[in-house]
Design a protein around this ligand. Structure first.
Ligand code: C2E
Ligand code: CA
Ligand code: CA
Ligand code: CA
Length: 275
């Protein structure tokens, strides 16, 4: 497979060029990476807009590739979804995030209240997904009510068969969040058809807060009318944070507050070090 190097935020990331790839190759490499734990998690704080406190964390997966270095998820999640490897990958992510979250909750008063984990619709179509989740929560001693499952809206078009799983997960006490909210082609349909607790305003709307920010304003009104929690993603400036707060958003996420960091760095933050 061919990769093109690209500089992003001081880190060299490698962008997968799917036109030049041999899927069989990447597929077996990714399968091996999952089995040998060469995938790992970074955590991005979700912050309260009122007092700046750590309200939650989102787990974000990375692949430490033997030749290409650390790869961001956009370079391998699509492959994982096409090949079904997203199922073992997603289970690794959920299990590892719960393990880490349990450690934080046990040892730190300032541990985040909630853990957000990304889930692909493909995973939700596995008949035993809710059983897997219940088992992992029990193994690690994590309360279901502190876990939020984020479903990317643009991928959720074929959510139909997964809706039953969402109901089961909710019955267990987990919360469901619609990620990249507002970017899907059937946003309101999804909101109507799925059991949802939270929406994450896509960063394209978060960042369009110069002027009246009509989409950000409409989404918080919609969320409030439906009794949903709303999070603004991709906040990069203090002006954006202030406008979102004044619109009524209570929590937000973005480089303005903190980038995704290794677990150890977040642990330091919980012990009082600046992020
Ligand atoms: P996402 O769930 O929408 O996650 C937010 C992405 O935006 C992350 O990229 C994060 O690093 C980035 N981000 C956060 N704050 C800012 C900001 O202020 N400005 C900008 N420009 N970007 C910001 P990342 O970690 O590369 O993840 C990309 C996507 O990969 C995620 O988007 C999610 O859809 C997917 N993903 C990540 N981890 C997993 C996973 O474990 N399972 C599944 N199925 N998908 C995952
Ligand atoms: Ca997400
Ligand atoms: Ca998102
Ligand atoms: Ca996304």
């Amino acid at each position: 497979a061919m990769y093109a190097a690209k500089k992003r935020a001081g880190t060299t990331y490698l962008h997968h060029d799917s036109a030049m790839t041999e899927p069989g190759d990447d597929h077996s490499q990714l399968r091996e990476a999952i089995a040998t734990k060469r995938c790992f998690l970074m955590y991005q704080p979700i912050v309260s807009l009122d007092d700046g406190r750590l309200a939650g964390v989102e787990a974000l997966v990375r692949w430490d590739h033997p030749e290409h270095g650390v790869l961001p998820p956009d370079t391998f999640i699509p492959l994982a979804e096409r090949t079904g490897l997203i199922v073992p990958l997603g289970r690794f992510v959920f299990d590892e995030a719960c393990r880490q979250f349990a450690v934080w909750c046990e040892h730190y008063e300032d541990a985040p209240a909630v853990l957000n984990v990304n889930v692909s619709p493909r995973e939700l179509r596995e008949a035993d997904y809710a059983d897997f989740v219940a088992g992992a929560l029990t193994t690690h001693g994590v309360e279901a009510s502190r876990v939020v499952l984020e479903i990317t809206e643009s991928l959720a078009l074929d959510l139909g068969p997964a809706v039953a799983t969402l109901h089961r997960l909710r019955a267990l006490g987990l919360r469901i969040s619609l990620d990249d909210f507002g970017t899907g082609s059937s946003t309101l349909r999804l909101l109507h058809d799925c059991p949802v607790d939270e929406v994450k305003l896509d960063r394209s709307f978060t960042q369009a807060t110069h002027g009246r920010a009509p989409v950000a304003a409409a989404v918080i009104q919609l969320a409030q009318a439906l009794g949903l929690h709303a999070v603004a993603e991709g906040v990069e400036t203090p002006e954006q944070a202030e406008q979102l707060r004044s619109l009524g958003y209570s929590t937000a996420q973005g480089y303005h507050f903190a980038r995704p960091v290794p677990a150890a760095q977040l642990t330091e933050w919980m012990t009082g070090a600046p992020l």
